[in-house]
Design a protein around this ligand. Structure first.
Ligand code: E4P
Length: 288
């Protein structure tokens, strides 16, 4: 059952509807799900297809993604489901927007994920103007989050998510949780139209601290959600302290949210690396 004091929405981070089913059984609730090309490539049905030596055509893999997303939608008809466009470093905004419009029509509760890159933001800006809900993913800096805010100005609260990736910053020795805390603080000066979706969660302490900070949404992989259930869905106590260990602190920056999004420095090596990895995993499913 949902803890009484849980205000944050809890999503599953995964591409297998079986996991969605199981987590709903464990938790008794689920507010949404995030998918990405890597998670879809790990789907057991996709894996067994590949193990039989059969790759997908471009049409077949999109059909497979659509069916998977529809199956998840039936399990959480009220929840938001994030579906990610294909975007490598050469994909233009126009192409991302074309995919986004198609994916948005798959289910009634989609948020379309775009990378927080120049082309991704350009596409997201247009998507919002076209009435699509969006989720800007692969966010690693406060500047990128400021650009998301600026590119989607005017959108309704709930229609725009930004997904800062904690685990991948931790992996390179930086305290990813600082980024969540800084974006939430920076957004306090805004109009509240962007919701912070804590992503790339690796452990229960990421969850507990994100809950304590008041992240709007947290997406968690199956194993972390299961562990949270097994521990009885603990919530952070008032005296909860997060220990970042040896990770380097990320300093807070005062950033003005009133600029045009193009004015912010949105480059980050991990965004490029993430786009390369997502597209390589997706291409690995497709016949050459
Ligand atoms: C969710 O939206 C993200 O794609 C996901 O949390 C990334 O997690 P990872 O860094 O463990 O791949």
């Amino acid at each position: 059952m949902r803890p009484k004091d849980l205000m944050t929405r809890i999503f599953l981070d995964g591409g297998d509807p079986e996991e969605t089913r199981e987590i709903i059984r464990f938790l008794g609730f689920l507010d949404g799900q995030t998918t990405n090309p890597t998670l879809i490539s790990k789907n057991p049905r996709a894996r067994s297809h590949l193990e039989r030596g059969e790759k997908f055509t471009k049409e077949e893999i999109l059909d497979f993604y659509r069916e998977t997303v529809r199956e998840i939608h039936e399990l959480i008809p009220e929840g938001s489901i994030s579906v990610e466009v294909y975007g490598d470093l050469l994909t233009f905004a126009e192409e991302m927007l074309r995919q986004a419009k198609e994916m948005f029509s798959w289910i009634p509760n989609a948020h379309i994920k775009f990378p927080t890159s120049r082309e991704g933001l350009k596409a997201a800006e247009q998507a919002v103007k076209n009435g699509l809900r969006v989720n800007l993913t692969l966010c690693f800096t406060q500047e990128q989050a400021a650009a998301v805010y600026a590119a989607t100005r005017g959108a309704k609260r709930g229609d725009v998510y930004v997904s800062p990736f904690i685990g991948r910053l931790d992996d390179k020795g930086e305290n990813g949780m600082d980024l969540i805390s800084h974006i939430l603080k920076m957004y306090q000066k805004g109009d509240g139209h962007v919701m912070v979706l804590t992503a790339s969660v690796r452990k229960i302490d990421h969850l507990l601290f994100a809950l304590k900070l008041g992240s709007d949404i947290i997406t968690l992989p199956f194993n972390v959600l299961k562990e949270w259930c097994e521990r009885g869905l603990p919530m952070p106590r008032v005296d909860y302290v997060y220990h970042p260990g040896d990770f380097k602190n990320i300093p807070f920056k005062e950033i003005d949210l009133t600029e045009n999004w193009q004015a912010y420095d949105i480059r980050h090596a991990l965004t490029d690396k993430g786009m390369e990895r997502f597209s390589a995993d997706w291409n690995g499913l497709i016949k050459a």
